[in-house]
Write a protein that binds this ligand. Structure first.
Ligand code: HEM
Ligand SMILES: *[C@@H]1O[C@H](CO)[C@@H](O)[C@H](O)[C@H]1NC(C)=O
Ligand SMILES: CC(=O)N[C@H]1CO[C@H](CO)[C@@H](O)[C@@H]1O
Length: 492
C-alpha cells in the first residue's frame, strides 16, 4: 500500500519531468512557427532547439571540439541532405543553407535578402558600416571604397610597400627567435591596411589599434554577454577606443583641411571625408568612422590567418613546398638583371602558388558563415524561408563537401590543376554584391609573403599544442609559437 503510493508518486514525477522536458523542447518551435500560419508546413526540416538558447549549445560544443562540422552533420543525419534546415541561432529563428546552389542563390538575390548579422555583431562592427546601412547607401559607399583596393592594376601602387614590409618583418622575426606567429602576421597585415587606408606608419598607434582589434574579434566570436570579464564586454570597450582614435584622426584632418596642399597623397579616409551623394550630402563622422572600423578589421584579420595557414601547410608538405619554391626560383631566374624586387607581372605568373592559396582558403574555412535576413517570404527548393528570419549561408559545408572536393579535409593544391569550380562551389570571398572587395589585395599580400618565405626561410612550429584546427575563438591559434629561420645564402 505504502510502497504502491510511493511508486505512484515516483512515476508521476518522472512522467511530469518527461512531459515538461518534451514541452520545453518543442516550445521554441511552437512559439516561432505557430505565427506563420499555413507557411509553417513548408518550413525546411530542422529543430529550433531550446527556449532562449535555441541550438547555440550544440553549435558552441561542436566548435570547441575537434570536429566543428559535427554541428551541421547532425542536421544532415537527422533530416537528410536537403541542404536547408531550420534552427534557432544567435537569438533568432534561422534557416541554414549548406549546398552550393542554395548558398549562391541567397548571396546573389539582393531583392529578397538583406544583411542579417546579429545585433551584437552590428554593435561591434558599427551600425553605419556595410552591415547596417541601406541597399543604396551600401552600393554607393562600396563603389567609392573598393576601387582603390580592387583589381591588380590598382594594387600595383601598393606592391612595393607590401614587399618592403614583408622583407623587413621576416628579417626581424628571424633575428628574434621564437615568435607568436599569428600575432606577428596580424601586425604585418594590419600595417599594410593602415598604410592604404590611413597613410599611417606610426608604430605606437599601429600596435595600440591592433591590440584593440584583437579584443574586438574575440568578442565577435563569443556569446553576446555584456558583463565584466566576458569577451563581448571587452570587445565593446575595445570598439570605444578604436572609435576614439579614429575620431581624433578625423578631427585632425578637418582642422588641417583647407591648409593642406591639393597635391598631397589621398588615402581612403580622405576619400570618405570628401564624398557627396547626389544631394550634396557628405558623410558624418559616425559614418566615416564605422566604415573605417569595418575596413581596417576586415582588411587584416583574415589575411593574417590565411597567410599563417598557407605557410604552415607548405612547411608540413615538403613536396608542395618544393614545387612552390621551384616556381619562385624560376621567376627570379627569368628576371631582367636591371629589375629589383617583384613586379605585378611576376605575381601573375605564380600559377602554382595561386593554387596553394586557393586550397588554403578552401581548407582553412576561415569565413565559416555569413548572415542574411529574408525581406519577404522566399520559396527555395520548395521550402519557405519566412520573412524576417535569418539566413545563415554556410560556406564551410560547401568547401568540405566530399561530392565536390574528394577527400575534402586533405590539403592538396594539385586538386586545382585543370579544374574550374562550378558556380557556388568555391566561396571563400562570398558572392554577389557583397563579394569581398579585398580579395585581390589579400591574394597579393599572401603571394608576396610566400614568395620571400619560400625563397629564404623555413618555419618551425614549436609548441606541439599549436593546433591545426581553426576555432572560432582564436586564442589557441594565437599562441602558436614558431621560429622563422633564415636559410643560408639565398637570393633575396
Ligand atoms: C584572405 C582574406 C579574406 C577573406 C577570406 C575575406 C572574406 C570575406 C567574405 C567571405 C566576405 C563576404 C561577407 C558577406 O557576404 O556578408 C567579405 C566581405 C568583406 N571584406 Fe573580406 N576577406 C578577406 C580579406 C579582405 C581584405 C584584405 C579587405 C580589405 C580591403 C576586406 C574587406 C572586406 C569588406 C569591407 C567586406 C564587406 C563587403 C560588403 O559587405 O559589401 N576583406 N570578406
Ligand atoms: C515553391 O515553388 C514551386 C515551383 O514554383 C512550387 O511548386 C511550390 O509549391 C512552391 N512552394 C511553396 C512552399 O510556396
Ligand atoms: C586548417 C583548418 O582549420 N581546417 C579545418 C577545416 O575544417 C575541417 C573539417 O572540420 C577541419 O578538419 C580542419 O581542421
Amino acid at each position: 500500500m505504502e510502497l504502491g503510493f510511493l511508486w505512484f508518486v515516483f512515476t508521476a514525477l518522472i512522467g511530469g519531468f518527461a512531459t515538461l522536458y518534451g514541452l520545453l523542447k518543442r516550445a521554441n518551435g511552437w512559439f516561432y512557427e505557430s505565427r506563420l500560419g499555413e507557411k509553417r508546413y513548408t518550413l525546411p526540416p530542422g529543430d529550433l532547439g531550446w527556449p532562449l538558447i535555441g541550438n547555440m549549445w550544440s553549435f558552441l560544443r561542436a566548435f570547441k571540439s575537434t570536429d566543428p562540422d559535427s554541428f551541421i552533420s547532425s542536421f544532415v543525419h537527422r533530416y537528410s541532405r536537403t541542404g536547408i534546415y531550420k534552427a534557432f541561432m544567435f537569438g533568432s529563428p534561422s534557416i541554414m543553407v549548406t549546398l552550393p546552389e542554395t548558398c549562391r542563390r541567397v548571396l546573389t538575390d539582393d531583392e529578397q535578402f538583406g544583411p542579417g548579422w546579429p545585433i551584437s555583431t552590428c554593435e561591434l562592427i558599427g551600425k553605419k558600416s556595410f552591415i547596417g546601412i541601406s541597399y543604396e547607401e551600401h552600393k554607393r559607399l562600396r563603389r567609392l571604397t573598393s576601387a582603390p583596393v580592387n583589381g591588380h592594376e590598382a594594387l600595383s601602387i601598393y606592391l612595393k610597400y607590401i614587399e618592403k614590409t614583408v622583407i623587413s618583418a621576416l628579417d626581424k622575426w628571424a633575428s628574434i627567435g621564437t615568435i607568436e606567429f599569428l600575432t606577428e602576421l596580424r601586425k604585418l597585415t594590419f600595417r599594410i591596411i593602415m598604410y592604404i587606408f590611413l597613410s599611417s606608419e606610426s608604430d605606437p598607434i599601429m600596435e595600440a589599434l591592433e591590440r584593440e582589434y584583437t579584443a574586438l574579434n574575440y568578442g565577435i566570436r563569443a556569446m553576446a554577454i555584456n558583463l565584466p570579464g566576458f569577451a563581448y564586454h571587452k570587445a565593446l570597450k575595445a570598439r570605444k577606443k578604436l572609435v576614439a582614435i579614429l575620431q581624433s584622426v578625423v578631427d585632425e584632418r578637418r582642422e588641417r583641411g583647407a591648409s593642406s596642399p591639393p597635391t598631397a597623397k589621398k588615402d581612403m579616409m580622405d576619400a570618405l571625408m570628401e564624398v557627396e551623394d547626389e544631394n550634396g550630402r557628405k558623410l558624418n563622422d559616425e559614418e566615416i568612422i564605422d566604415v573605417m572600423v569595418m575596413y581596417l578589421n576586415a582588411g587584416h584579420e583574415s589575411s593574417g590567418h590565411i597567410t599563417m595557414w598557407a605557410a604552415v601547410f607548405l612547411q608540413e608538405h615538403p613536396e608542395f613546398f618544393q614545387k612552390a619554391k621551384a616556381e619562385q626560383e624560376e621567376i627570379i631566374r627569368n628576371r631582367p638583371p636591371t629589375q629589383t624586387g617583384l613586379s605585378l607581372k611576376e605575381v601573375k605568373q605564380m600559377d602554382y602558388l595561386s593554387k596553394v592559396i586557393d586550397e588554403t582558403l578552401r581548407v582553412v574555412n576561415i569565413s565559416l558563415v555569413v548572415f542574411r535576413e529574408a525581406k519577404t517570404n522566399v520559396n527555395i527548393s520548395g521550402y519557405t524561408i519566412p520573412k524576417g528570419w535569418k539566413v545563415l549561408v554556410w560556406f564551410r559545408s560547401v568547401h568540405m563537401d566530399p561530392e565536390i572536393y574528394p577527400n575534402p579535409k586533405e590539403f592538396n593544391p594539385s586538386r586545382w590543376e585543370d579544374y574550374t569550380p562550378k558556380a557556388g562551389t568555391y566561396l571563400p570571398f562570398g558572392a554577389g554584391s557583397r563579394t569581398c572587395p579585398g580579395n585581390d589585395l589579400a591574394k597579393l599580400e599572401i603571394s608576396i609573403f610566400l614568395h620571400y618565405f619560400l625563397l629564404n626561410y623555413q618555419l618551425e612550429r614549436i609548441n606541439p599544442g599549436c593546433p591545426l584546427r581553426y576555432l572560432p575563438h582564436m586564442r589557441h591559434t594565437d599562441s602558436c609559437l614558431a621560429r622563422i629561420r633564415k636559410l643560408p645564402s639565398q637570393s633575396e
